[in-house]
Design a protein around this ligand. Structure first.
Ligand SMILES: [Fe+2]
Ligand SMILES: [Fe+2]
Length: 328
């Protein structure tokens, strides 16, 4: 039986989470000018580093062959949610100490800081290459969003093909193809608002396409980032000044919510296919991404205020609430 858009209502977990977070998110800016400022998007990580972190990093980054190859920026990018485009100012790494059986004797540590690019504006395909950042104008941000929407077309088309190869249920494949159509419309609608700004075709490098790699990518990029992008689209649909942008984001928000639900439904299927050890790595990567979401939300709120819409403290609180509800 062909999957129809209306059928997604059978499972609306993500929709309920978004509605609950929005209900708890104040519409007005707080009186603190610091909270409403629009400064640079800095990040800082300062924490212990465990053997489990290293196992997760090596699984998520096939190019890093072993502990001896691990660089400080690899660890910082991995713990930062795996996004490209970080600019590091400082990075100090100490690896965990292990015994001859690989058991942890002492934890290591990672301390790094720098800036993050714009984040969480859709689903990136595996191997996605970020668009170079433009100026800090609304048009430049919209151009970057349109680029990510076009990348999401590729992401869903690739995913549909990969799912076919994995023998996944047809309804999941059909939903990916419908999502690719949605993303094509989003790219066109958002691109039309980015007048005067070039929007290059999305670039991607070769990436692994095995079930584990695709499941890992979906667990973070779909279940966490696209779900957060859906919430941001809902917020833009009620907060932006431009009535046409508000109307366009209302349509995008409904689509992105459906895509995020698709990601969680895919996640359930992927996890059921994987051996326990690989399923645990996927779960850990997703937990890390959910834990990191408040920090990334604050970085996003540091971007152009007209498009970021949530002040930093409200973004942080909303992301904490959102991550906790999704994890539950
Ligand atoms: Fe989209
Ligand atoms: Fe999407």
């Amino acid at each position: 039986m062909a999957w129809k858009r209306e059928d997604w209502r059978a499972n609306q977990t993500v929709h309920r989470v978004i509605a609950a977070v929005m209900a708890a998110t104040p519409m007005a800016c707080s009186s603190s000018t610091a909270d409403c400022s629009n400064g640079p998007a800095n990040f800082e990580i300062d924490r212990a580093l465990t053997v489990e972190d290293m196992v997760g990093l090596l699984s998520a980054k096939p190019a890093v062959k072993g502990w001896e190859d691990v660089q400080c920026d690899d660890v910082c990018a991995y713990l930062g949610g795996g996004f490209g485009g970080q600019e590091l100012k400082t990075c100090d790494l100490s690896l965990p100490a292990t015994d001859t059986d690989g058991n942890q004797v002492n934890p290591g540590s990672i301390k790094c800081s720098g800036t993050q690019p714009v984040i969480c504006e859709g689903r990136r395909p595996l191997g996605h290459v970020e668009m170079a950042e433009g100026d800090q104008s609304v048009g430049a941000v919209l151009a970057q969003m349109a680029y990510l929407e076009a990348a999401a077309v590729d992401a869903f088309e690739q995913l549909a093909e990969q799912l076919r190869g994995f023998g996944a249920p047809n309804q999941l494949i059909q939903r990916c193809l419908l999502a690719a159509d949605d993303e094509r419309r989003h790219a066109s609608v958002i691109g039309a608002h980015a007048t005067g700004h070039a929007i290059p075709s999305p670039l991607a490098t070769a990436a692994p396409t095995d079930l584990f790699s695709v499941a890992l990518h979906n667990a973070v990029e779909g279940c966490v980032n696209e779900a957060w992008a859906a919430l941001m689209a809902h917020e833009r649909s009620r907060r932006l000044d431009d009535p046409q942008l508000r109307a366009d984001f209302a349509v995008i928000a409904a689509d992105e919510t459906r895509h995020a639900q698709l990601a969680w439904d895919l996640h359930a299927w992927f996890v059921a296919q994987l051996p326990t050890t690989e399923a645990a790595v996927v779960h850990d990567a997703q937990s890390t991404a959910l834990r990191r979401l408040p920090q990334l939300a604050v970085a996003q709120a540091g971007r152009v205020a007209e498009m970021a819409v949530l002040p930093r403290s409200i973004a942080r609180a909303a992301a904490r609430d959102f991550a906790a509800r999704l994890a539950a």
